[in-house]
Design a protein around this ligand. Structure first.
Ligand code: FMN
Length: 212
């Protein structure tokens, strides 16, 4: 079997040195890399130029699986997303919602459902999970996790829950104004556990896909 590819996306607008979300994703990467045959790539939305969808429908008229109007940093992210066997999206909570950067990223997948229309199994053997960080203990982490799951649902990507006290995904608490280093060892450990599970599920689905 070819290597299992995991894509990790960090939706923070801050660079990795200052992002608690990035720290959570790094722990997930560590967990995922403990599984043989898995390669992981972590990309940041920080610093990337991603225009929001303007609903012009050109992608649909062009019968394209991606936006054909804006050529920006989404160009390479589409291929990474489509080629991944597993995807973990990490995002800070902003006003009990996702960041503008992640919302713009989501919006650019408008015509990607076309891939599963042309080939019903395109997304069906992929798995997705979420990691969320809020500055308040109960600041909207579950709402943001739900939003991440919704992106996966629109494509028919299987959502990976985690059970064992982690439930729908890793939800972290970074108290204060976000200018200090996050101290949430349980949350970080949950990210590691989630990363390992996503890798195991992605590997099992990829093997299963080859048998069908
Ligand atoms: C504009 C803005 C809105 C925020 N809204 C919330 C919120 O609704 N709930 C919450 O728990 N934290 C909120 N926070 C705090 C961030 O979620 C927290 O600092 C987080 O660690 C930032 O992620 P990062 O370190 O990966 O950039 C907000 C921060 C900003 C800048």
């Amino acid at each position: 079997m070819d290597k299992v590819k995991l894509l990790l996306v960090c939706g923070s607008p801050r660079p990795k040195a200052r992002s608690a979300t990035y720290a959570g994703l790094m722990a997930a990467m560590e967990g995922a890399q403990s599984i043989d045959g898995v390669e992981v790539e972590l990309v940041e939305l920080f610093g990337r130029k991603i225009a929001p969808c303007i609903h012009c429908n050109k992608c649909l008229r062009d019968d394209s699986d991606r936006c054909t109007v804006f050529h920006d940093d989404m160009d390479e992210l589409y291929d990474k997303f489509f080629q991944a066997d597993g995807i973990i999206i990490g995002c800070p909570v902003y006003d009990m919602n996702v960041t503008a950067q992640l919302a713009q990223f989501y919006s650019r997948f408008r015509s990607s459902w076309k891939l599963s229309v042309d080939n019903t199994s395109f997304f069906q053997y992929k798995v997705g999970a979420g990691i969320v960080v809020g500055g308040t203990r109960n600041g909207g982490q579950e709402a943001v996790l739900r939003s991440i799951h919704n992106l996966f649902s629109t494509h028919g990507i299987n959502i990976c829950s985690c059970g064992g006290g982690i439930y729908g995904g890793a939800m972290l608490w970074n108290p204060g104004d976000g200018s200090t280093t996050m101290d949430d060892p349980i949350g970080i450990d949950n990210c590691r556990t989630l990363g390992r599970k996503v890798a195991q599920v992605a590997k099992a689905l990829k093997a299963g896909h080859e048998m069908v």
